[in-house]
Design a protein around this ligand. Structure first.
Ligand SMILES: C[S@@+](CC[C@H](N)C(=O)[O-])C[C@H]1O[C@@H](n2cnc3c(N)ncnc32)[C@H](O)[C@@H]1O
Length: 217
C-alpha cells in the first residue's frame, strides 16, 4: 500500500473536523447509520480498559474522556499518526497527563517505555488501507507492546458478514472513494481469523455493521 493511501486514512482529521466529530460520528452516524450506539462502545471500554492503557487512533479522545478507569491515576499513552488528533485528545484528557506518540501502526513501533495491560483501537482498522490480512500487521506491531495477559480491544466497521442499510452502504462507499475508509473487503470472518492467529480468548460481536472485538496476548 502507498504512503498516500496511509496518509488519506488520517488526513481528514483536521482541527475543524475534530470539533464536529463527536456530534457527527459518535452522536449521529453510530446510532442512525452504523446502528451501533456510542454507549455500546463506551461499555466495551469500561469492560476492558486497564490502569496501564495505550490508545491508538483515538481521534478526539471521547472514549478516554468518558470511560471508567480502574484507578484514579491511570497511566495512559496516546498513539496516532495525526498531530491534530494528538493535540486535541491530549488537551482533553490532560488531567491524566498522557504520554504521546506520533506513530504509524502499519510500521514496527519502537517506543522507549514500559509495556501496557490494555490497548484500545476503536474505529482504527477501517481507516487502514489494505486487506484484513495485510492491515493485521498492526496487530503484530501492537502485540509487541503488550504485557503477557494484556487485552487488545476495539471495534471496526465491516462490509461483509454484517447487515447494512442503503444509507450505511452509500456512506461507506463515499468514504472509501475519498480514502477516509479502506474497508471494501473487510468481513467478520477475516477479522476473527486475524485475531485468532495472534491472540487468546478472542471475542467478536457484531452490532449493526460494527464488529466489537477483544483478544488477550
Ligand atoms: C475514525 S478515527 C477513530 C477515533 C476514535 N478512536 C473513535 O472511536 O471515535 C481514526 C483515528 O485513527 C488515526 N489513524 C489513521 N490511520 C492511522 C495509522 N496508520 N496509524 C495510526 N493512527 C492512524 C486517525 O488519525 C484517527 O485519529
Amino acid at each position: 500500500m502507498s504512503k498516500e493511501q496511509i496518509a488519506a486514512g488520517q488526513a481528514v482529521y483536521t482541527k475543524r473536523m475534530l470539533s464536529a466529530y463527536d456530534f457527527l460520528v459518535l452522536g449521529i452516524s453510530n446510532s442512525l447509520i452504523w446502528k451501533c450506539p456510542s454507549q455500546r462502545l463506551l461499555e466495551h471500554y469500561n469492560r476492558h480498559v486497564s490502569a496501564n492503557h495505550l490508545d491508538v487512533g483515538f481521534g478526539t479522545g471521547y472514549f478516554l474522556d468518558h470511560c471508567r478507569f480502574p484507578s484514579h491515576t491511570p497511566r495512559i499513552a496516546l498513539m496516532d499518526l495525526n498531530r491534530n488528533s494528538l493535540d486535541f485528545a491530549s488537551r482533553r484528557i490532560a488531567r491524566y497527563k498522557p504520554e504521546t506518540y506520533i506513530r504509524n501502526v502499519l510500521e514496527p513501533i519502537a517506543i522507549d517505555a514500559l509495556r501496557f495491560d490494555s490497548i484500545g483501537i476503536n474505529y482504527l482498522l477501517h481507516c487502514l488501507p489494505g486487506t484484513m490480512e495485510s492491515k493485521s500487521v498492526a496487530f503484530d506491531h501492537l502485540k509487541a507492546l503488550m504485557n503477557p495477559g494484556a487485552v487488545l480491544f476495539g471495534s471496526t466497521l465491516l462490509q461483509g458478514g454484517v447487515a447494512r442499510s442503503w444509507y450505511a452502504k452509500s456512506l461507506m462507499d463515499f468514504y472509501n472513494i475519498k480514502g477516509i475508509f479502506s474497508n471494501a473487503h473487510d468481513d467478520a470472518e477475516d477479522l476473527n481469523r486475524a485475531l485468532s492467529q495472534r491472540f487468546r480468548s478472542v471475542c467478536v460481536e457484531i452490532v449493526g455493521c460494527v464488529a466489537v472485538f477483544s483478544g488477550c496476548a
